[in-house]
Write a protein that binds this ligand. Structure first.
Ligand SMILES: Cc1cc2nc3c(=O)[nH]c(=O)nc-3n(C[C@H](O)[C@H](O)[C@H](O)COP(=O)(O)OP(=O)(O)OC[C@H]3O[C@@H](n4cnc5c(N)ncnc54)[C@H](O)[C@@H]3O)c2cc1C
Length: 200
């Protein structure tokens, strides 16, 4: 049975026969000569073993999948597919201008938006929706109590924010977890002070 793409370490390589077996289910027409042709056109660049045989890395298999799918589904010429693989168009969302750049790889980082539209206006946020806490609340002129806000306290006294949704430069699992436990401690502190009558 052919190795599955997911079970192999990224650093290992395959023979052309293994690559063929891997691609056949999705691309029944693929052949060894087709894979060699795509190599001759510069779309993949397998390594050579000491014995001289080609060894295909995961990136070669990924590129082959892309080339075969785009050829089959969109009838795109190889020259254009090569551009897809070597260059990237970047859209500047502010100016709407598009520019093309050479690109050896792409790291996609998605899902980091602050989805806080549902919060009431009383909970102050920055222009991108991140919840202001502590000093940021004071700087924004959104604090009305005589005491300072706690580090994780929002513009609403007694309402705390932690993790990614809070305006802060650190967006990491460890800091979200740490801030979560700090927020609990602040809640206890807040409730304790709320119960304590102010000496006068
Ligand atoms: C692509 C990507 C890669 C990352 N890689 C790393 C990494 O390698 N290492 C690392 O440390 N950090 C990484 N991070 C950051 C890390 O995921 C976050 O810092 C961390 O998950 C923040 O935890 P959180 O609890 O604040 O928010 P989240 O993990 O986002 O949890 C918030 C939860 O609230 C839910 N929710 C939102 N709105 C509502 C609503 N109205 N009602 C009910 N539920 C709601 C969401 O569905 C979600 O489950 C990565 C983030 C992204 C996007």
């Amino acid at each position: 049975m052919a190795d599955s793409a997911d079970s192999r370490p990224r650093g290992t390589t395959r023979s052309i026969g293994q690559v063929l077996a891997l691609l056949r289910d999705d691309f029944p027409d693929v052949s060894i000569s087709k894979i060699r042709f795509l190599e001759s056109e510069g779309l993949i660049a397998p390594q050579r073993a000491a014995s001289g045989y080609r060894r295909y890395a995961e990136t070669d298999v990924d590129r082959l999948r892309y080339v075969l799918a785009v050829q089959r589904e969109h009838y795109v010429p190889l020259k254009v597919i090569r551009e897809h693989l070597e260059q990237i168009d970047i859209l500047d969302r502010k100016t709407q201008a598009t520019s093309r750049h050479d690109c050896g790889g792409l790291f996609v980082f998605i899902g980091a938006d602050a989805e806080t539209e549902w919060l009431p206006q009383e909970v102050a946020r920055d222009a991108r929706g991140y919840v202001l806490t502590g000093d940021d609340v004071i700087e924004a002129g959104r604090w009305s109590e005589s005491r300072d806000p706690y580090l994780l306290e929002s513009s609403v006294p007694g309402v705390f924010a932690c993790g990614d949704v809070r305006l802060s430069p650190i967006k990491r699992v460890a800091s979200a977890v740490g801030e979560g436990s700090m927020a609990i401690a602040f809640v206890h502190q807040y409730l304790k002070e709320a119960e304590t009558p102010v000496a006068g």
